[in-house]
Design a protein around this ligand. Structure first.
Ligand code: PMP
Length: 444
């Protein structure tokens, strides 16, 4: 018989933790028990200020009753229904509501919505839509997708294939992809506020790859308009415009991965709106349901959607979908989430806070170990100089120190990444920055 757990302490052996040094974690676990507003509470009852919106997803903060009530109502009304050759009103209703705020303007809004279960599924879906679209319009030789060095597009085979973070790729075979160079020019752009002034020429790499492979082999190019997981790398001024122009010139679709930037992170509903560059497909997840129920969505424009909807009236236009595509409970959570975003003006709130956020973060210039600070909307990065021979350890120590002192941050390599819920108050921004400042002083 399994050992009975008398102490009511969680058994840590069986959960194989994602993206985690499992043994190190289990030796000194950090366990969150509840959450409300801007704060988590850990299992020992300590309050932890959420500097990362969970994992870039709880944009409206935690414990939102509107969402939990909608979920409970939906679960007891219609817990599940297929969406293959069937449907239910909640999915159509959510898609219609999303269409109202979808990326793009009145003439080119991406108002056709394909539901998935996560960001990784959204990415794989978008890549498949791009290839299927090219084939449908008679461009079947276009099967290659161009990604970018340092790009993060989830962990499906499609996503790691176009992604450019070496650790995520090196153990697995890849297909589909080639990568644009994306060298982060920290020195030239150090402490730039907002978008970097230098580096627009990096977009020329797309043209180089077109010349190398031939436009007739390339279906699409996928980028995060602002890369999050690689450590908040901001696009140089004019960079995304240049990608759009090059893609158009060669019949290549442009995909923005907005899993992080979607739903208000930059002070506009989508980064697409912030930059004024409209791609052909947009992938989302996370903020779609405030992180409460797993869900993703891909937004497509009429060109792509109509291009695929060819053939006989009764034909299945795209052989793709998930059991949980348009899951009624996730859709109910999403509708409630959109309601909160609208009622509280959260999709534009980052604009109101951006100046305070920028000045607060940049006040850490001159703190020990700091070599760069970057910010946009309500996203920030503090880059540290790595310890000799032990990259990543300094930022990790800062992360552990901050957690002990009641602040959740995120680190990737020696970069601290910040993305508080969009309900954050100025005083909480100041708390985040001062806790990090103190931790930096202690990080020898
Ligand atoms: N794309 C981007 C840009 C992301 O940041 C992430 C997750 N951080 C993903 C895709 C993958 O999303 P998920 O973890 O929900 O599969």
């Amino acid at each position: 018989m399994d050992q009975i757990n008398m102490m009511n302490e969680p058994v840590l052996d069986n959960f194989w933790m994602p993206f985690t040094a499992n043994r190190q974690f289990k030796a000194a676990p950090r366990l969150l028990a509840s959450a409300e507003g801007m704060y988590y509470t850990d299992v020992d009852g300590n309050r932890v200020l959420d500097g990362t919106a969970g994992l870039w997803c709880c944009n409206a903060g935690h414990g939102r009753r509107k969402i939990s009530e909608a979920v409970e109502r939906q679960l007891s009304t219609l817990d599940f229904a297929p969406t293959f050759q069937m449907g239910h009103p909640v999915a159509f209703d959510f898609a219609a509501k999303l269409a109202e705020i979808a990326p793009g303007g009145p003439d080119n809004r991406l108002d056709r919505v394909f539901f998935t279960g996560s960001g990784s599924e959204s990415v794989d879906t978008a890549l498949k839509i791009a290839i299927a679209y090219q084939r449908a319009i008679g461009q079947g030789t276009r099967t290659r997708i161009i990604g970018r060095e340092k790009g993060y597009h989830g962990v499906g085979f499609g996503g790691i294939s176009v992604g450019g973070l070496v650790n995520n790729r090196r153990m697995f075979p890849q297909i589909l992809a080639d990568h644009m160079r994306h060298t982060l020019d920290v020195e030239r752009n150090a402490y730039s506020k907002g978008l970097p002034a230098h580096g627009v020429e990096l977009a020329d790499d797309l043209e180089r790859l077109v010349q190398l492979h031939g436009a007739e082999t390339i279906a699409a190019v996928i980028v995060e308009p602002m890369s999050g997981s690689a450590g908040v790398i901001l696009p140089p001024k004019g960079y995304l415009e240049k990608l759009r122009a090059t893609a158009d010139k060669h019949g290549i679709l442009l995909i923005f991965d907005e899993v992080i930037t979607g739903f208000g992170r930059l002070g506009t509903p989508f980064a697409t709106d912030y930059f004024g560059v409209v791609p052909d497909l947009v992938t989302t997840a996370k903020g779609l349901t405030n992180g409460a129920i797993p869900m993703g969505a891909v937004f497509a424009g009429r060109k792509v959607y109509d291009g695929l909807m060819v053939g006989a009236e009764n034909a299945i236009e795209l052989f793709h979908g998930y059991t949980y595509s348009g899951h009624p409970v996730a859709c109910a959570a999403g509708i409630a989430t959109l309601g909160i975003y609208e009622d509280e003006g959260l999709l534009t709130r980052a604009t109101e806070l951006a100046d305070h956020w920028q000045e607060a973060l940049h006040s850490l210039k001159g703190s020990p170990h700091v070599v760069d600070i970057r910010n946009l909307g309500l996203v920030g990065a503090i880059e540290l100089v790595p310890r000799d021979g032990a990259p990543g350890t300094r930022a990790y120590d800062v992360f552990v120190d901050c957690f002990k002192r009641g602040l959740l941050i995120r680190v990737t390599g020696d970069i601290i990444a910040l993305s508080p819920p969009l309900i954050v108050e100025k005083s909480q921004i100041d708390d985040i920055v001062s806790t990090i400042g103190e931790a930096l002083k202690r990080a020898a």
